[in-house]
Design a binder for this molecule. Structure first.
Ligand code: SF4
Ligand code: SF4
Ligand code: FES
Length: 340
């Protein structure tokens, strides 16, 4: 067989992809995963038969001697790119939350807030300490809070006050609540702190600045207001890496998008349908596990196809081994397992 002008030898029954990989020829893939039965569905690993013009998925096509293939022809590039553009057209997802993009330190705000929301103080503190606290300095005028999507819904999340609380290593259990907006405080004189907080929240008023100390309870309250705008795996996404390396962008193909489903399960499992590319890796992974294990399944057909727990079950029914296995094979942030 010849691929990209290079003659390669192979053992009968091998796929084009495995032969190319063994010969050091890179062919991008997405729905394929080593160890799983190939599905041949995403159209990313296509190659062109130069003699017939036929396009075939290299991950699911068994090689024969007479093939003369090109993995980078214009036709292949156009098909590969349009397959990715179609995936992006129904991927209404922010890889990075606006707060993280605005932070001069690059603090993974949503992850920190998720840990605080789960009261995982040790991990939250370890994470916060990795990013210098510069809020309120000349370097940082709280740009994260200025772009926070909760701004119009009760005010931005108190990101800076929480970051400071975690970095300061103070006895955060016993910090006195001292609203920084004195004008607001004077008008509310006589009200309990709890009621004042509630009213401030309803009115969309902020009572925190980055120098306002807050205690753990307020931090948890604030952290739970976070909409978790960004992806749970922004730095670990094959779709993002692939589109970045091939220069494929969102917006070149448009159309109807599916409803977004966000669900949780046991062991910190989270599923976000807006990140799911229906590659089926999680379903194929479960085909290798004992049949009594509860794992993801396909539901619906065509445009209505989606991933979910089997009928009559919930994500809570998955055991930890299954959760870990599914998250490990998922190429995007559709499935994550983390605290928060
Ligand atoms: S809601 Fe949460 S994730 Fe979204 S911008 Fe605000 S802090 Fe960041
Ligand atoms: S949840 Fe992940 S592995 Fe499963 S089909 Fe969606 S993108 Fe693929
Ligand atoms: S990787 Fe081969 S079709 Fe998806």
């Amino acid at each position: 067989m010849t691929i990209n002008g290079q003659q390669v030898e192979f053992i009968e029954g091998a796929t084009i992809l495995s032969i190319a990989t063994a010969a050091g020829i890179y062919i991008p893939t997405l729905c394929y995963k080593v160890g799983l039965h190939p599905a041949g569905g995403c159209g990313v690993c296509v190659v062109e038969d130069l003699d017939t013009g036929k396009i075939m998925p290299s991950c699911a096509t068994v090689a024969i001697d007479s093939l003369n293939l090109d993995s980078n022809s214009d036709k292949v590039t156009a098909i590969r790119n349009s397959a990715l553009e179609l995936l992006l057209s129904d991927h209404p997802a922010d890889c990075e939350a606006p707060c993280r993009m605005a932070c001069p330190s690059g603090l993974p705000v949503q992850k920190m807030l998720g840990l605080v929301a789960e009261r995982d103080w040790e991990d939250a503190k370890n994470l916060a300490l990795q990013y210098p606290f510069v809020c309120g300095d000349s370097l940082c005028q709280t740009p994260c809070e200025k772009v926070c999507r909760r701004s119009k819904l009760g005010g931005p999340v108190a990101i800076c006050a929480i970051h400071r609380m975690l970095c300061d290593d103070v006895a955060v259990d016993s910090v006195k609540k001292e609203p920084s907006t004195h004008k607001f405080r004077s008008r509310m004189k006589g009200l309990s702190d709890e009621l004042m907080l509630e009213m401030a929240d309803e009115k969309g008023l902020r009572i925190y600045s980055c120098s306002t100390p807050i205690d753990k309870e307020l931090a948890v309250y604030e952290a739970r207001r976070c909409l978790q705008c960004g992806c749970g795996r922004p730095d670990d996404c094959e779709l993002r890496d692939l589109c970045g390396s091939l220069g494929v962008k969102q917006g070149n193909a448009t159309g109807t998008t599916r409803a977004i489903v966000r669900e949780s399960g046991a062991f910190g499992f989270k599923f976000n349908s807006s990140r799911c590319i229906l590659c089926g890796r999680c379903v194929r992974e479960m085909q290798q596990h004992p049949s009594d294990k509860i794992g993801p399944a396909y539901h619906g057909r065509g445009f209505d196809a989606r991933i979910g727990p089997p009928l009559g079950r919930t994500w809570d029914d998955m055991d930890q081994e299954t959760v870990n296995a599914c998250v490990a094979v998922c190429p995007t942030g559709a499935m994550v397992a983390e605290k928060g």
